[in-house]
Design a protein around this ligand. Structure first.
Ligand code: FNR
Length: 380
């Protein structure tokens, strides 16, 4: 793990350990994957503008995120199926987050249940991510379980009325567990470490009572259980039911951010679901400045999508984000080495961010301002 020096190194390690269909499920996006690529590349449209003569002898990288003092301006994005990538993957990820002092958000679509993750990692800042389900009673029950298991923040994801068309998954016929096919069997023969872990794991969607039909694709799971008819009234009702802080995840339009603020939602997560839902929507970093202007400090803003470098985090903060949320970088670390792999992801982010802040002349996160970034003249 110590030989991984960048997030890209961890991705390469994950590609070696995981079956191709599983790696593609993590790595891929919707349709032509234009938004997926743009999420990363759009950071290049922004340059950093350093200042000199600032005392950067000591640095403070900590940040308050919805009332929790995090050691870094980062959180682990909710990602389904983590237990399919590494045995007890959700617990492994939550452990690394707790050790590092950053928030961990558990997905509705986790393999481990709400209670299993809470029991496995009793300390640490836990958020629970909820989707709109057709079965509103089940949704309410999930909320009650999250309260009972002491998840502090609710993250309601609103960009998955149906699943985006993820063509890698269609081509690979990706299901959990993997459907036996000759190509899969040949691939698995080269992945003994992953296979041994998967064989030991109890696979399924741990927060749902109904077991899938054996080999379940995520698209089937979403189509049968998720509710595409949910609207702002429903969002308002969830806001009323949840007593603690709440974040709304998956918006890009400033007017939607305004609406969220007017409902008393404390944080908006500017996100296109990592390019996995509607293709051709703006990169998260591109959408951020308008959302920040609309929100005007009335809610916290979390930037989610394409963050791969410490310098990306600085750009997001300079453009109005309180913190960044990372999905694939943590899953690559998890797939490469469980808790140690996720810890390595966090360590790489911390060391890149610290180095960049020192060279930029910003000893703490409050010192990072809009004046520290410039749009490139030749930006697309
Ligand atoms: C996700 N994402 C996601 N989001 C969510 O709200 N609930 C979920 O269950 C999942 N599941 C999921 C699985 C996988 C494999 C990935 C890669 C992503 C989206 C995730 O929270 C986040 O928005 C993106 O991953 C951010 O983009 P990056 O950091 O991966 O570029």
């Amino acid at each position: 793990m110590q030989r991984a020096h960048t997030i890209a190194d961890l991705r390469a390690l994950a590609a070696r350990r995981l079956p191709k269909a599983v790696f593609d499920f993590i790595d891929g996006g919707a349709e032509d994957e234009r938004t997926l690529r743009d999420n990363v590349e759009a950071f290049e449209s922004w340059m950093l503008m350093p200042r000199v003569g600032v005392d950067v002898g000591t640095r403070d990288l900590s940040r308050s995120i919805l009332g929790c003092r995090a050691s870094l301006p980062l959180m682990m994005a909710p990602t389904g199926l983590a237990g399919f990538f590494w045995p007890d993957g959700e617990v492994a990820g939550a452990q690394a987050a707790a050790r590092a002092g950053i928030p961990y958000c558990l997905s509705t679509n986790s393999v481990a249940s709400i209670e299993q993750v809470a029991a496995g990692v009793p300390e640490g800042e836990r958020w629970f991510q909820l989707y709109f389900l057709r079965d509103r009673e089940w949704m309410r029950a999930l909320l009650c379980r999250a309260v009972a298991a002491r998840y502090r923040v609710l993250c309601l994801t609103v960009d998955l009325a149906v699943q985006g068309r993820r063509e890698r998954d269609l081509r690979n016929a990706f299901t959990m567990p993997l459907r036996p096919r000759l190509s899969t069997a040949l691939d698995l023969a080269r992945r003994p470490a992953w296979l041994a872990g998967a064989a030991r794991s109890r696979l399924g969607f741990g927060n749902f009572a109904v077991a899938g039909p054996g080999f379940t694709s995520v698209a089937q799971h979403v189509a049968s259980l998720f509710d595409p008819s949910a609207n702002w009234d429903d969002i308002g009702r969830i806001r009323d039911q949840w007593r603690g802080p709440m974040a709304l995840k998956g918006l890009l339009h400033p007017a939607d951010a305004e609406r969220a603020v007017s409902l008393g939602i404390e944080a908006v997560i500017v996100s296109n679901h990592g390019g996995r839902q509607l293709d051709d929507v703006p990169a998260a970093i591109t959408a951020l400045p308008d959302v920040a202007e609309a929100v005007a400090g009335r809610a916290e803003i979390i930037l989610d999508g394409g963050v791969r470098r410490g310098t990306d985090v600085i750009k997001a903060l300079a453009l109005g984000a309180t913190a960044c949320s990372l999905g694939r970088p943590f899953l690559w670390g998890l797939s490469a080495g469980g808790t140690e792999g996720v810890s390595r992801t966090i360590e790489i982010c911390r060391s890149e961010l610290d180095n960049a802040m020192t060279l930029l002349g910003t000893p703490n996160l409050d010192a990072i301002t809009r004046d520290h970034v410039r749009m490139r003249r030749d930006a697309r």
